[in-house]
Design a protein around this ligand. Structure first.
Ligand code: UFG
Length: 326
C-alpha cells in the first residue's frame, strides 16, 4: 500500500516509515523539518518538504502521489510546552489535523491512522487505563488529540472514513538506525542518556510528592518498534472498521526507577536531583492494551524496560550528536 506519513522525519514517524518499507509498503513523507531531521527519512521514501498549515501543498501532495492511506504523526507533542503555549496545540495542532483531514476526504483517501496520546487520561478511575476510561485531557496537548479523535469519529459516520486512533503511552527505544533526537530534548530517557554520555551534568526529576510508590511520576514505556508494529497491524485491519487502542506494556516505572535502570545499562552514576513539579504531568499513566492484543494479536517484542533503555543507549552511543552531520 502507498502511505502518506506526516511527520515521517520525526522520532516515531521515521521508525514507522522504516518498518513499513521493510514490510513492502511504499511511503511518502510530508514534513516541515521544524522538529524532524532529513537524515531520519528512509532513503526509499519519497520526501516532500511541506507544512500542514499550507492546504494547497497538502492537496498537491495527494494529487501528485495518490496515497491510499495516511498516518498523521506531525504534531507539537510536549505536555509541558502546551501548558505554556496553549495555542500551538489548541490552534496549530488542531488546524493542521483539520487541513489534512479535509484534504484526505476531498481526495477520497479514507484510511487514516492518528498518533493520539495517553495525555487523554489525566484522572483515570482505573489503572491500567483501558479504552473505555473517561477522557479527561491532562493538557492542551491532550485536548488537541481529543479534538482530532472527535473529528475522526464524525468522518467515519459521514464519509465512511476508516481510522485508528493509537494512544501511545511513553514511546522510547530505537531501531538500529533511527532514534530519539529532539532539540531541545525534554524527555526523561534521552536526557538521562545524555548525562551518561557526559553531555549533561545531571537530570532533574520533576517532583517527588506524587501519590506513587516513591513520590515520582509513573509512566509506561513502550518500544518504538512495538509501536511501529501496532501501526502496521492497525493499517491492515482498517477496512474492517475504525478502532481506538491504548498502547503500552501495562507496567509502570517511576522516574527514579528509570534513572536506576539507566545506571545499570550504562554503568554511569547519572547524578539526579529533585526539582519542582512540571505543570500538566499526571501522576500515573499505565496502559491496558488488552484490546489490541485480543483484536489484532499485537505482542510487544521489547516489553522490558532494561531492553528498551539498552536499545536507546546503543543508538545514543552510535549517534552522540543525533542526526547532526549525517
Ligand atoms: N521528567 C523529569 N525530568 C526531565 C524530563 C522528564 O523528571 O528532565 C519526568 C516528567 O516529569 C514525567 C516523566 O519524566 O514525569 C516522563 O516525561 P517525558 O517528558 O519523558 O514524557 P511525558 O510523559 O511528559 O510525555 C510523553 C510524550 C507525550 C505523550 C506522553 C504520554 O512526550 O507526547 O508521553 O504519556 F503524550
Amino acid at each position: 500500500m502507498k502511505i502518506l506519513i506526516t511527520g515521517g522525519a520525526g522520532y516515531i514517524g521515521s521508525v514507522v516509515a522504516e518498518q513499513l518499507i521493510a514490510a513492502g509498503d511504499s511511503v511518502v513523507v510530508l514534513d516541515n523539518l521544524s522538529q524532524g531531521h532529513r537524515a531520519a527519512v528512509h532513503p526509499a521514501a519519497v520526501f516532500v518538504h511541506g507544512d500542514l498549515t499550507d492546504r494547497p501543498a497538502i492537496d498537491a501532495t495527494f494529487e501528485q502521489h495518490r496515497p491510499e492511506a495516511v498516518m498523521h504523526f506531525a504534531s507539537h507533542t510536549l505536555v509541558g510546552e502546551s501548558m505554556q503555549e496553549p495555542f500551538l496545540y489548541l490552534g496549530e495542532n488542531v488546524v493542521c489535523g483539520l487541513n489534512l483531514l479535509q484534504s484526505a476526504v476531498e481526495h477520497q483517501v479514507r484510511r487514516f491512522i492518528l498518533s493520539s496520546s495517553a495525555n487523554l487520561f489525566d484522572a483515570p478511575e482505573r489503572i491500567p487505563i483501558a479504552e473505555m476510561e473517561t477522557i479527561v485531557p491532562g493538557s492542551p496537548y491532550g485536548e488537541s488529540k481529543h479534538i482530532l479523535e472527535r473529528m475522526l469519529f464524525w468522518l467515519d459516520r459521514i464519509h465512511d472514513f476508516r481510522y485508528a486512533a493509537l494512544r501511545y503511552f511513553n514511546a522510547a527505544g530505537a531501531s538500529e538506525e533511527r532514534g530519539e533526537d529532539h532539540d531541545p530534548e525534554t524527555h526523561l530517557i534521552p536526557i538521562v542518556l545524555r548525562v551518561a554520555l557526559g553531555q549533561r551534568d545531571k537530570v532533574v526529576i520533576f517532583g517527588d510528592d506524587y501519590p506513587t510508590r516513591d513520590g515520582t511520576c509513573v509512566r509506561d514505556y513502550v518500544h518504538v518498534l512495538d509501536l511501529a508494529q501496532a501501526h502496521i497491524l492497525a493499517l491492515r485491519a482498517l477496512d474492517k472498521g475504525s478502532r481506538v487502542y491504548n498502547l503500552g506494556n501495562g507496567q509502570g516505572f517511576t522516574n527514579r526507577e528509570v534513572v536506576e535502570v539507566a545506571r545499570e545499562v550504562t554503568g554511569h552514576s547519572i547524578p539526579a536531583e529533585i526539582g519542582p513539579r512540571r505543570a500538566g504531568d499526571p501522576a500515573t499513566l499505565i496502559a491496558s492494551s488488552e484490546r489490541i492484543r485480543k483484536e489484532l494479536g499485537w505482542r510487544p517484542r521489547y516489553a522490558d524496560l532494561h531492553t528498551i533503555i539498552e536499545s536507546a543507549w546503543r543508538w545514543h552511543r552510535t549517534h552522540p550528536h543525533g542526526y547532526e552531520g549525517l
